[in-house]
Every structure is written in C-alpha cells, then in structure tokens.
Design a protein around this ligand. Structure first.
Ligand code: HEC
Length: 124
C-alpha cells in the first residue's frame, strides 16, 4: 500500500461528503433551479411563474400562477401530481398535463424548485 497516493486515499471521504452534504453550493443550486424551471415548468406557468391567462376568457387563467404559492405548498403539489401520475388517478386533462410534467422529478429537484419558484415574482 506504499504506492497509494493522497488523492486515492481521499476519494472515499470525498464521496461520502458529497452524498451527505448534497454536493452543491447555494450558488450552484440557484443556477440549476433556473434551468430546471425553464425546462419543466415555464412553458405553462410562465417565465416568472405568473401563469397564463385564457385568450378567450380574460381574467381566467389557462395555467395558474405559481410564484405566489408558498414553498411548502409547492412541494406538496409536485409530490401530489407525481403520485397522481404513478397511480393514474388524474381526473381530467388539466390534472393529467400537470402530472405528466412532474413525473420525472426527483425529490431533490422538487425541493430545489419549491425554494426557487417563490423568488420568481420578486426578480426584476
Ligand atoms: C403542460 C403544462 C404544465 C406544466 C409544464 C407544468 N404545469 Fe403545473 N399545472 C398545470 C395545470 C393545467 C394545472 C392546474 C391543474 C388543475 O386545474 O387541476 C397546474 C397546477 C399547478 C400547481 C397548483 C397551483 C394552485 O394554485 O393550486 C402548481 C403549484 C404547479 N402547477 C406547479 C408546477 C411546477 C413546479 C411545474 C414544473 C415542475 C409545473 N407546474 C409544470 C400545467 C402545467
């Protein structure tokens, strides 16, 4: 074991630290959250989470605003819709659309999104 370098020696510790610590800085998470939001939510809930109004029915939302929803509730909604997808318990095309959109998100990704989305309404 004489040839074992310091780097090799450190790898198990670094791996454990990554797993335990989540492995990302807040800055990194912010960048990922933005990308993730763009990729998975923006087309329906809007660039700033402002939702989409119905063209034919002014005042009514085609897709609800999400930037005024609290972090905890956002997380619950995503979990709810993901479960809905897995159990095929959505009851209409609206629920199905939303369920399909969150079906691939991990819990970690949902947490990142839930803490990021409420900041959308506050950005200039
Ligand atoms: C394909 C369109 C679509 C995409 C993409 C989508 N949603 Fe939705 N979302 C909907 C629809 C439609 C509803 C309303 C469902 C209903 O009326 O039952 C909804 C409802 C919600 C609600 C509940 C709002 C409320 O006021 O109760 C939240 C929160 C939400 N979406 C968050 C998200 C997040 C976060 C993402 C990205 C991970 C996302 N949505 C992606 C279509 C979408």
């Amino acid at each position: 074991m004489k040839a074992m370098s310091a780097k090799n020696f450190l790898i198990p510790f670094l791996t454990a630290a990554l797993i335990l610590g989540g492995g990302f800085s807040p800055l990194h998470a912010a960048v990922d959250a933005k990308k993730l939001y763009k990729k998975t939510c923006k087309k329906c809930h809007g660039k700033r989470g402002e939702g989409k109004k119905e063209k034919k029915n002014p005042g009514k939302f085609k897709y609800n605003p999400v930037n005024d929803v609290e972090e905890q509730k956002l997380l619950e909604e995503m979990l709810k819709y993901k479960l809905m997808w897995e159990e095929k318990t959505f009851e209409n095309s609206r629920e199905k659309k939303m369920a399909k959109s969150v079906r691939k998100l991990s819990e970690e990704e949902m947490k990142i999104l839930a803490s990021f989305i409420p900041t959308l309404g506050k950005q200039e």
